[in-house]
Design a binder for this molecule. Structure first.
Ligand code: ZN
Length: 314
């Protein structure tokens, strides 16, 4: 019997392996959440070609929640998207705030940073029409290569000021701001740096993007950020850079990630942000849940999960 959890690409095959995949007691601390209760979602871009039918088709495929990519979304489109989602019975869970060099919360120029915050606050007023629970934001625009430490510190300081203001603005529209972990040299590319970005602002949450973590194991990131994780972006990569592949096509150990998310009391949704048709995502999620259940069943009696720490709000 292996001492390792079922992992890597094997999660799609684990269901056939039987329950003896883990040493007894290996998951003694599990039980804060049960992934089988999580909604499954997908990221959706709103464009001129979006329609009520698009949302109905997602629902028919089994999608229960969406994250809307909000680039270019105006009041009319926001109202329309809300109507379409409600008619289809899909939850508008989150919105992805636009990111660009000229919309960078970490802009080290105080004057320019204030202008960025002003623009983003105006956008949040538009997004209030959607009724989303979370607003996902990048702490910086693209930083491809390492930058000098003093420049990085200045950017972190700027980002923290912007995120604090924007977290308050999100509160005022009854949404929570969630800072997404980012790849390469972008801000928030490690759990340590993410903790610095969050420091002092209790209302800030985190989006775990499985496709963006390269300097530590994603499950370690999850355990360090704990209850601050309030949103997910699910995609697979090749171990070198982000790829936005359907899970199972890359190297990410999704079973360990879901086990860690359960441990820290994450309540869903499991939000795909990757290639693949809705039906393929639903099939992957079903297989992954079976693998996680089998992995968990090998430990002590932990199912069904105990009530969540915060009383089950989702
Ligand atoms: Zn993402």
């Amino acid at each position: 019997m292996s001492e390792e959890r079922p992992s890597r690409r094997d999660f799609l095959k684990v269901a056939a392996m039987g329950a003896a995949v883990l040493p007894k007691g290996a998951l003694a601390s599990r039980g804060q959440s049960d992934c089988r209760t999580w909604k499954v979602g997908t990221s959706v871009g709103l464009s001129d070609t979006s329609s009520a039918e698009q949302f109905l088709a997602l629902k028919r495929a089994g999608i229960e929640a969406v994250e809307l990519v909000l680039k270019g979304v105006d009041r009319q489109r926001a109202r329309q998207a809300r109507e379409w989602a409600e008619a289809a019975g899909i939850e508008l869970w989150s919105g992805h705030v636009p990111y660009a060099t000229d919309l960078d919360p970490s802009n080290p120029s105080e004057e320019e940073r204030q202008e960025v915050v002003r623009q983003l606050r105006d956008l949040f007023d538009v997004y209030s029409l959607l009724g989303v629970k979370k607003l996902n934001i990048h702490a910086s625009s693209e930083i491809t290569r390492p930058i000098p430490i003093l420049e990085r510190r200045a950017r972190i300081a700027s980002a923290r000021k912007s995120l604090a203001t924007l977290a308050d603005k999100a509160d005022s529209i009854e949404a929570q701001l969630a800072v997404e972990c980012l790849p390469r040299a972008c801000l928030g590319n490690t759990s340590d740096e993410m903790l610095i970005l969050l420091e002092g602002v209790a209302s800030l949450g985190v989006t775990l993007d499985t496709n963006h973590i390269f300097q530590e194991k994603p499950e370690e990131f999850v355990r360090k950020l704990g209850s601050r994780i309030v949103n997910t972006h699910v995609a697979d990569h090749d171990g070198i850079d982000e790829r936005h592949w359907l899970p199972g096509n890359g190297v990410i150990d999704f079973v360990s990630i879901v086990l860690a998310l359960q441990d820290v009391g994450y309540l869903g949704p499991f939000m795909f942000e990757c290639a693949g048709a809705p039906g393929e995502k639903i099939a992957v999620w079903k297989q992954l849940k079976e693998s996680v259940t089998l992995a968990s069943a090998a430990g002590p009696a932990i199912w069904p999960a105990r009530p969540s720490r915060d009383g089950g709000e989702r």
